[in-house]
Design a protein around this ligand. Sequence first.
Ligand code: 26M
Length: 798
Amino acid sequence: MGLTKKRFIADFQAEALHLFADSLENLSPMQQYQALAFLVKGYYAKDWAQTKADYDHHQQKQVYYFSIEFLPGRLLASNLLNLGIKDTVEAGLKQLDIDIPDLYAQEGDPGLGNGGLGRLASAFLDSMAADGMAGNGNGIRYQYGLFKQRFVDGYQVELPDDWLRDPYVWETRKENRAVIVRFGGSVYLTPCDNGGLEPVYQDTDDVLAVPYDIAMVGHHNHMVNTMRLWSAEPVPGHAHSLAEKSRINAITQILYPDDSDTAGQELRLRQEYFFTSAGIQSIITHYRRFHQDLHLLPNFVAIHINDTHPAMAVLELMRVLLDDGGLSWEEAWQITVQTLSYTNHTLMAEALETWPEEMFARLMPRLYQIAQEVDHRFRQTYTPRFGGELIQRCAPIADGYLRMAYLAVIGSHAVNGVAKIHSELLKSSVLKDLYTIFPERFNNKTNGITPRRWVQVANPELSELIDSAIDTGWRSDPSLLVPLAAHLHDEKFLKALHTAKKANKEKLAAIIFDQLGIEVSTNAIFDVQIKRLHAYKRQLLHVFGILEAYLAIKNGENRPSRVHVFGAKAAPSYRYAKSVIRLINAVADLVNNDPDCKGKLAVAFLPNYGVSLGERIIPAADISEQISMAGTEASGTSNMKLMANGALTLATLDGANIEIKDAAGEDAMAMFGLTTPEVAQLKASGQYSARAIYEADPTLHRVVDMLTDGTIPGITTEGREIQDELLVYNDTYLVLADFRSYVEASHKLDALWQDPIAWAQAALKNIAASGQFSADYTVARYGRDIWDVLPATPVGHG
Ligand code: 26M
């Protein structure tokens, strides 16, 4: 976009006048932000309309990414970057004497997701636009996003996230594209003209699904895709009681805050059907504007199911093809399977979604009929070859429940895990039986991140340093970071890398002081763990590492100084996770107030971790804690973001950590702990005794005792609960088993820190190898292997 600074300033002033009938300098920062955002929306409006027109004109195959969560982050800076006008605009803002960070900070951060799964969905939309693929998001416009987290006396307190209180500039309500979603009622089949049967719906509860579209601006390619989020409203003209209206509004009111447990709530099931049905209906309506023949649907449409939450897309697409399209079962099934694909994001058994038949049948009676037919035909078709036992284990309906992961695999032509090891484990554990039946459907797609947001936007210091060393081509093609490794022995560059990191640590230190009143030294190692709080992610192991260091310091030992930075939300009903939050805050109080620890050890638990806070923490990290029990973390993505910003990974051989190790080299990180087969073997042997390990390791003994002996103030009940999980319930996630090896790996990093050049070299190896984890390459592989669409914009070498 050829924008001059002068032109931008004139445009900005005109927009301010237009919106607020006032001149820029009289506006509040929020008003200035809104004027700028509206202006930027105007800058890409033509490209947005043209992209849609081009897609229609060329009948380019469309990808629809169905996800119950999206975490786009703030969009102003990333839109400016993608439009290629960020530098010009910032120069203009500077000339206008506007505080740029403060202006960016006015924007709300839509928290329409819980964590990794939602953020991945948004990264994929960003990358599809960058790759010039016709990618569309389909999701829910929650009125309230994930709760805002505060700490009161060290306890997590949840506050509502009323993110739509200030008007959200980037969305456009599309009333003309609304569709009706039908719940409940009853269905019966009646003979129709063509001799077949046709369903008649009676007494349904109808809900209007109104789409709000948000532009996904492509990077330097004039392409603008759409994320479509649906909002539930009463159907105009229907007579609704007040109670009915509020039941309808409830559908899109709140995001469920659990990220690893099935809530099993009826409202959650309504949410799933609501956005899935609205999405399928609008896809078919659009398709039918150009095509009569539904058989060709898979040539023009790919629908991706992000985890099982939209898995009933299998049934809803069948419904539309059968009931509205008049196709036979066999025709409809073939089209459905060819159109759909599915990603699994977790191996945790408790997270595999199931729904009681009774509830499902009551809310979606027609879908339930179709599900029964799918189940029936699946059993009929495959029992002769695979036997009744295997089929019973993996059929879509059994024991009174619909099993959504099995339904998704059976109704899709492709199913993938999100890191190499995870995809392998799917085949050998939770989806083993379906792998036996459909081996050709299974594939791996290792996750990715968007370095545009996590490096270019979040870390301009590092970005400019990279520009000074290698060609700027890495900004569109991160695989071109590899030549950075030529500077491994360039001391000047290594020192500059240290200086850039230091600048980011200064900024984070200011946030830590502002939020928590803690003064931290930026000479210390910034040791970061940022992710949802969950037992399997083992924040507790990190805490034990801190306590080990605390005891060493109290013992007069000299260690490189560390600041431990945590960011983590706990599901409000997850008792153990909340206890660990209380523990981290209590350990922070202990350590931060102990004069012996001053300048040596500090703990900063920043509240309300999310995309925006991540953009502040990640550039400042020296160590990336990726310490889940092997075999539990499907992939992880903070590991990739931190690596790209030059943090050294302290990790188990789990998820994508393994691929990070292969890319950066084992000497550029610190691996520890039991491997997945070792974990499996230890658990299967029945020989694991947490208590035996506790008795055998004096330091560990002391650390575990600290939970209950009063050393850590204020955690009587929480400390007891956590200790019981370890010693009474025998330590489900093998924290004690991995403790010694974790501490040793951590000491290895301490030793490396003593040699700043060696540390910088390891950081550089990470940065240079991080390009392969760009989501631009990940979605290109989805396009090639699963969706059958090719990037229109070259995506380089990843
Ligand atoms: C379930 C029931 C009720 C309410 C919410 C849920 C639910 C929500 C999100 C369950 C799981 C959810 O997400 C799981 C998730 O985020 N998985 C992570 O996905 C990332 C992207 O693939 C991986 O990197 C992480 O390893 C994986 O834990």
